[in-house]
Design a protein around this ligand. Structure first.
Ligand SMILES: Cc1ncc(COP(=O)(O)O)c(C=O)c1O
Length: 386
């Protein structure tokens, strides 16, 4: 049975071209980039090349890129760093109710340490507006952190507008762009973004490597103390093969980005259009159009997301019932609840996230299998009388 992988928001396949770039840095070019000898300097040039590739992808300067272990570390570093360094300006932070837990739990930690956090509510599509951010701003607001695009429902936030507002008000602006990088064009300068988090494994790079963009002029204390790596901004010997892989992966993701996004959108929209024709009483979650090109999220009434996933898996389709970290727990997704879904409907949600490698045939398989799964589960559901 050919397996269909539709869980690309959880993680993506490492591309063979990316692996090929990484391998020499695990075999012959194994020096420590901090060492002055030839081995070290060859590793150091791998880092420089990757730093340039990552910077180019978001219109930043290479000196503004700090490599680290992934999206979670980047979110922690940005939020805790600003709170620590600029607390004299104020101790109020604005975020949204639908952020990834890497942001939400960091904000909660700061609340326990005397900071005040405003969690902006979202509308039925999971969207916040720039006016909500403006109204929440106070003289002591030090940081606004709003995700670029939501990992569960794919809704894209008005980042350029929020960036312009923060710029005008002199408030630092961080965005968790882990799901957006490699799918949407990003220009940190034009969008007035001060800090941006990204993670390589979401765009066909390796796991355990990511980066934080920090605009020149902002001084962030490190989260990890020790050596002077990353210009004293993140201690620890660099994951050279991973970083080299991240550089290659981002370059490949941006090559033909628009065409790839259009292709994925066409496949995404086939599911959005045709699944409701085949399954009665289902609801699209997230914005109908202002959403990631690769994200589809439906609630299928009267049945459980977990059972849908199991049956899809038995039929060779890998999907998700929310974010990878929350599936496995029985709590309904905080994102769907914030969008106003009842517990019951939130429980019946299934997320399918495409990649550039998803084919028409994969989509046809979903269109065939998911209605059958929904019908079978509904027959067993005590809630369904249809
Ligand atoms: C929006 C968002 N932020 C942060 C993360 C965490 O990234 P990482 O797994 O690289 O720590 C994820 C991963 O699922 C994500 O989707």
């Amino acid at each position: 049975m050919k397996r269909v992988y539709l869980d690309n928001a959880a993680t993506t396949r490492l591309l063979p071209e990316v692996l090929e770039e990484m391998v020499p840095y695990m075999t012959e070019l194994y020096g420590n980039p901090s060492s002055p000898h030839d081995f070290g300097q060859k590793a150091a040039s791998g880092l420089s090349m990757a730093r340039q590739q990552v910077a180019d992808a978001i219109n930043a300067d290479p000196s503004e890129i700090i490599f680290m272990s992934g999206g979670s570390e980047a979110d922690n570093t940005a939020i805790r760093g600003i709170a620590e360094r600029y607390s004299k300006k104020g101790k109020h932070i604005i975020t949204t109710a639908v952020e990834h837990h890497a942001v939400l739990h960091t904000c909660q930690l700061l609340e326990r340490n005397g900071y005040e956090v405003t969690y902006l509510p979202v509308d039925e599509y999971g969207m916040v507006t720039v006016d909500q951010v403006r109204e929440a701003m106070r003289p002591d607001t030090v940081l606004v952190t709003v995700m670029f695009a939501n990992n569960e429902v794919g809704t894209i936030m008005p980042i350029a507008e929020i960036g312009a507002l923060c710029h005008e008000k002199g408030v630092y602006f961080h965005t968790d762009a882990v799901q957006a990088v490699g799918h949407l064009p990003i220009d940190v300068k034009a969008m007035h973004i001060d800090m941006l988090s990204m993670s390589a494994h979401k765009f066909h790079g390796p796991k355990g490597v990511g980066a934080l963009y920090v605009r020149r002029g902002i001084v962030l204390p490190p989260l990890i103390y020790g050596g002077a790596q990353e210009r004293n901004r993140r201690a620890g010997t660099e994951n050279v093969p991973g970083i080299v892989g991240m550089g290659k992966a981002i370059e490949m993701a941006l090559d033909g980005l628009d065409e790839k996004a259009e292709r994925m959108k066409a496949l995404r929209d086939r599911l959005i259009r045709e699944l409701p024709e085949r399954i009665p009483e289902i609801k699209l979650n997230g914005h109908p159009t202002v959403r990631l090109p690769n994200n589809v999220n439906f609630s299928i009434k009267y049945i459980e997301g977990e059972s849908i996933l199991l049956m899809l898996d038995l039929n060779g389709i890998a999907a998700s019932s929310g974010s990878a970290c929350t599936s496995g727990s029985l709590d309904p997704s905080h994102v769907l609840l914030a969008m106003g879904l009842t517990h019951e409907i939130a429980h019946g949600s299934v997320r399918m996230t495409l990649s550039d490698e998803t084919t028409e045939e994969d989509i046809e398989k979903v269109l065939e299998v998911l209605p059958m799964v929904a019908e079978r589960l509904r027959k067993m559901s005590p809630l369904y009388h249809g």
